[in-house]
Design a protein around this ligand. Structure first.
Ligand code: 6MZ
Length: 383
C-alpha cells in the first residue's frame, strides 16, 4: 500500500524525457505480438526472438544484436505509426509533459521505404495519439503560435485535455556513411515545421569513426539544428575529447570519462542525459551506487534523468526517478563521506531536478515558458 502510494507520487509529478529511442521504447507486449506474427509467417523463428526479448541482462553488444532483431519486426510503415502512438501514450500516462523522441530514419527498398516515408509514418503516429493532446509544432517567433497549427488542430477535440509536447530528434547510426548522415540532416531540416528539433548520433559505439559524422553534424549545427551525441559509452578518450571539443548541445551516457574529460565537460557545462538502468543493465557502470550521476549532481553540473530504451530495459521515467532517489536519498548518510552528498535526493530535490531539465530541451523559449508554468502549478499542489 505504502509502496503503491510512493509510486503514485513519482508518476504524478511532471517530468521531462530527453533521451528515448523510439524502437527501444516499444512496449514488450507489442514486440512479442509482432514477433509472433512474423514467426507464423515463417519470416523469423519466434522462439529465438522470444528468448532474446525476455532475457533480462544483456551486455552492450547483445543489446545491439537485439536492436537488429527489433528492426526486422518494426521496420514497416504501419507498425512504425502504431509504436510511435503507443510510446507517446505510455510516456504521457506517467506524466511526461515534454518528450524528445529520437529515431533513426531507415531506408528499405524492398518495402518501398525511404528515410522520408519512415519519418512520415512516425509523424502519423504522433497525430494518431488519442489519450492526450500532442503539441508537435514549433512556435512562430512573432506570434508565439505553432507554425504548423494543423498538426495540432487535427488532435484537438475542443475539450481541455492533458497535453504532451513532443519534439523529434533524427538519429544518425554509427554504421552510416557521411552521405547517408547528410541525407538524415537534410531530412531533419525539411521536417522542422513538424517538430524536428535536432540530431542525435547513436548506434554501436565500437563501430564507425567520429570523422565520418563530423561534416553532417557541423552542417546541422550551421543550419540551426541542436545536436546531442552518445559519448563515452565505451573507453575511447580520443573520440570523447573530439566530441567535447565539438561542444554539442547535450551528450548521453558519459560512462568512460577520465579526469581530463570530466574537467573539460564540467568547464563547458554540457548537459548530460543520465540513463541509470540502461548503464547498469549493459554493465557500462557496475552498480547504481558508483554511478557518475552523484558526482555531477554534487558539482551542480546540468543533468537530466532519462530512460534510453524503456522497452528493452523494462523501465519508465518514474522508475528512473525512484531508482535515483532510493539510491541517493535514503542511503545517503552511508555515502555521505565517500561522495560528499550534502543533501540527500528526496522528493523536493528530485522535483527540482525534473524542473531544471526544461533548461536543456531543444524546443524554443515559448515552450520553455509553458513548461515552467506546468511545473509551477504542480509545485503549488505539492506544497
Ligand atoms: C547507442 C543506442 C542505444 O533509432 O531504431 N540506440 N545507441 N547506445 C544505446 N544504449 C543502450 N540504445 C538505442 O532506436 C533504436 C536505435 O537507437 C540506438 C541504436 O542505433 C538502435 O538501433 P531507433 O528508433
Amino acid at each position: 500500500m505504502e509502496k503503491q502510494r510512493d509510486m503514485d507520487w513519482w508518476v504524478s509529478i511532471p517530468k521531462v524525457e530527453l533521451h528515448a529511442h523510439l524502437n527501444g521504447s516499444i512496449r514488450g507486449s507489442t514486440l512479442l505480438e509482432l514477433a509472433r506474427g512474423l514467426g507464423e509467417k515463417g519470416t523469423i523463428v519466434f522462439s529465438d526472438v522470444e528468448h532474446a526479448i525476455l532475457k533480462d541482462d544483456r551486455s552492450l553488444q547483445e543489446v545491439f544484436k537485439l536492436f537488429d532483431l527489433i528492426h526486422i519486426v518494426t521496420t514497416d510503415h504501419k507498425i512504425l505509426t502504431r509504436i510511435t502512438q503507443e510510446v507517446v501514450e505510455d510516456f504521457a500516462a506517467e506524466n511526461v509533459v515534454y518528450l524528445e523522441l529520437r529515431t533513426t530514419p531507415k531506408r528499405n527498398d524492398l518495402i518501398g521505404m525511404s528515410k522520408r516515408s519512415y519519418m512520415e509514418a512516425v509523424v502519423k503516429g504522433l497525430r494518431a495519439v488519442a489519450t492526450v493532446e500532442v503539441d508537435l509544432a514549433p512556435r512562430d517567433l512573432g506570434t508565439g503560435n505553432p507554425v504548423n497549427s494543423c498538426a495540432i488542430t487535427d488532435l484537438c477535440d475542443g475539450t481541455a485535455r492533458k497535453k504532451i509536447y513532443v519534439r523529434l530528434l533524427l538519429s544518425i547510426d554509427r554504421r552510416e556513411t557521411t552521405a547517408s548522415a547528410m541525407e538524415t540532416v537534410e531530412l531533419a531540416l525539411e521536417m522542422r515545421d513538424l517538430g524536428v528539433a535536432g540530431i542525435d548520433l547513436s548506434g554501436n559505439p565500437i563501430v564507425g569513426e567520429w570523422a565520418t559524422f563530423l561534416p553532417a553534424l557541423k552542417f546541422a549545427r550551421e543550419q540551426g539544428l541542436s545536436i546531442t551525441l552518445h559519448c563515452g559509452e565505451v573507453p575511447n578518450p580520443v573520440e570523447i575529447n573530439a566530441m567535447l571539443d565539438f561542444l554539442p548541445g547535450r551528450i548521453g551516457h558519459a560512462c568512460f570519462f577520465g579526469e581530463e574529460e570530466w574537467r573539460k565537460l564540467k568547464s563547458c557545462k554540457i548537459p548530460v542525459e543520465i540513463c541509470l538502468t540502461s548503464n547498469i543493465r549493459t554493465e557500462t557502470i557496475s552498480s547504481v551506487d558508483v554511478h557518475h550521476f552523484v558526482d555531477l549532481y554534487n558539482a551542480e553540473h546540468p543533468t537530466v534523468l532519462c530512460t534510453d530504451d524503456s522497452g528493452v530495459f523494462s523501465t519508465s521515467l518514474s522508475g528512473e526517478y525512484i531508482l535515483a532517489s532510493s539510491a541517493f536519498g535514503r542511503s545517503y548518510a552511508f555515502y555521505e563521506y565517500e561522495y560528499r552528498l550534502l543533501n540527500g535526493l528526496g522528493r523536493s530535490e528530485m522535483f527540482r531536478l525534473a524542473r531544471k531539465a526544461i533548461e536543456f530541451i531543444f524546443a524554443d523559449d515559448a515552450v520553455k515558458r509553458e513548461l515552467g508554468e506546468i511545473f509551477e502549478s504542480a509545485a503549488r499542489k505539492l506544497d
